[in-house]
Write a new protein. Structure first.
Lengths: 113, 115
């Protein structure tokens, strides 16, 4: 089944404790991205990747890191999480930008205490 | 810069009523794509439709229809004879064709359909 998977789905952590949210897709998509969703703000892009070893900042990259060592994986790293990073995170993938439909993962609900 | 505005934050209707969700966009490009996504209470994002800027034909899919008007930069979404299962947050989004820019989302409209 074609899908984007994210793990964990739910995470409660404390300020400053490094964490990684994994994202994997099995559709051989070149383009992957991370979004955060906050009430009243909709979805905002954090980082995106056009292909392996190519990443770039989205609208709200501060406090996040990503890597793209393999085509299928695009982990999101929070080196020192803070309470303002409490959010719902979505990973997405597509064959490209423009008219390509983005396939979204199921979401990761992160709470930073 | 590209921008998507969904002015309706929340809408509540009674089952079987028709409802229209508004979407107004801004872009400097002549070639672009518009999308609608649905986010049901379970939280996942479900793709509904994609429309390119050269195709202004309205589209109908069952109870769903979309009205794209370049003259007013709008891409509105109508649900006919709404059902409780239509209750969700609906997002309109814009992508410019020839840039590596992100998919820009509106802030969403929460639709509640009451039985």
């Amino acid at each position: 089944e074609a899908q984007v998977t994210q793990n964990p789905r739910y995470l409660i952590t404390v300020t400053g404790k490094k964490l990684t949210v994994t994202c994997s897709q099995n559709m051989n998509h070149e383009y992957m991205s991370w979004y955060r969703q906050d009430p009243g703000l909709g979805l905002r892009q954090i980082y995106y990747s056009m292909n392996v070893e190519v990443t770039d900042k989205g609208d709200v990259p501060e406090g996040y890191k990503v890597s793209r060592k393999e085509k299928r994986n695009f982990p999101l790293i929070l080196e020192s999480p803070s309470p303002n990073q409490t959010s719902l995170y979505f990973c997405a993938s597509s064959f490209g930008t423009g008219n390509n439909e983005q396939f979204f993962g199921p979401g990761t609900r992160l709470t930073v205490l | 810069a590209q921008k998507v505005t969904q002015a309706q934050t929340e809408i509540s209707v009674v089952e079987k009523e028709d409802v229209t969700l508004d979407c107004v966009y801004e872009t400097r490009d002549t070639t672009y794509y518009l999308f609608w996504y649905k986010q049901p209470p379970s939280g996942e994002l479900v793709f509904l439709i994609r429309r390119n800027s050269f195709d202004e034909q309205n589209e109908i899919s069952g109870r769903y229809s979309w009205n794209f008007q370049k003259s007013t930069s709008s891409f509105n979404f109508t649900i006919t004879a709404s059902q409780v299962v239509d209750s969700a947050v609906y997002f309109c989004a814009l992508s410019e064709a020839y840039r590596n820019t992100p998919l820009v989302f509106g802030k969403g409209t929460r639709l509640s359909v009451i039985a």
